[in-house]
Design a protein around this ligand. Structure first.
Ligand code: NAD
Length: 251
């Protein structure tokens, strides 16, 4: 299926590895020109080279912290008029909510709520003017089924989710072929998740997933590419779980 994206421009945040990298790979495979960012320059440059070599698309790499104003300005200077925006950053640390300081909360809000909102604000009007836009926020399955020790993540992502719900259904966005959706990963085999477990814990976690395996980042990237596709213009304001059946609810 041709997703109708060849020649479009995308900003993909947090794309040197993991789920962001998988989204960048899948979009590049569809002929999307990329601006990718991550904090570690060497890893980001290597990702950009690999993606460019594999697909032939232009990949600009901007090493920055997307949670900062300077970082976002650098990304937007490189790609001021994206057709696609994939918001992503590392998740906040786990812990007992009693131990979280105000600074911990501000850092979580900056990375997982305010940075995506700032990038949406900076790019959505151009998408509306051009009559095409796809915004995807990588959030978490914990938005639907909160995990106690991930209080910072639960709180910050709930804020982003509420904000998106309000603007995605506006006539000015979806009425102009600009969609905004959230992708909610369950357990994917990325460095971040695998780094949290020893061998025994990993097996227990794997066994708890109805699919009996961790998600493969490429599966996530391909869902992202479809949500960004020309065919997905009627899909907006949704929170799409991709979790191997882990969420137990009917809806
Ligand atoms: P990862 O650590 O494998 O990759 C994160 C990427 O984002 C890296 O490229 C890193 O350099 C970049 N990054 C992190 N913080 C950044 C920042 N402030 N500015 C710019 N770049 C930044 O992580 P992942 O597993 O791919 O997770 C991505 C997101 O999805 C995280 O928010 C995570 O909490 C969430 N998530 C992941 C899973 C999972 O199973 N992997 C499950 C639920 C939620």
């Amino acid at each position: 299926m041709d997703l109708g994206l060849a020649g479009k421009r995308a900003i993909v945040c947090g794309a040197s590895k993991g789920l962001g990298r998988a989204c960048a790979d899948a979009l590049a495979s569809e002929g999307v020109e990329l601006t990718i960012c991550a904090r570690t320059e060497a890893a980001l440059r290597q990702a950009a080279e690999e993606i460019g070599q594999a697909t032939g698309v232009t990949v600009e790499a901007v090493a920055c912290d997307i949670a900062t104003e300077d970082g976002r300005s650098a990304v937007l200077a490189t790609c001021p008029e994206p057709d696609i925006l994939v918001n992503n950053a590392g998740g906040p640390p786990p812990g007992d909510f009693r131990d979280f300081s105000r600074d911990d909360w501000i850092a979580a809000l900056d990375a997982n709520m305010l940075a995506p909102i700032a990038l949406i604000r900076a790019t959505v009007d151009g998408m509306i003017e051009r009559g095409f836009g796809r915004i995807v926020n990588i959030t978490s399955g914990a938005v639907k089924a909160p995990i106690g020790i991930l209080g910072l993540s639960n709180g910050a992502r709930a804020g982003l989710t509420g904000f998106v719900a309000g603007i995605a259904r506006d006539k000015k966005t979806v009425g102009r072929n600009v969609t905004i959706n959230n992708l909610l990963p369950g357990a994917f085999a990325t460095d971040r998740l695998m780094g949290m477990f020893d061998e025994a814990a990993r097996e227990r976690r794997r066994g708890s997933i109805p699919a009996q395996r961790f998600g493969v980042p490429a599966e996530f990237g391909q869902l992202c590419a479809f949500v960004c596709s020309a065919q997905a213009g009627y899909l907006t304001g949704q929170n799409l779980l991709i979790d191997g059946g882990a969420y137990p609810g009917t809806l």
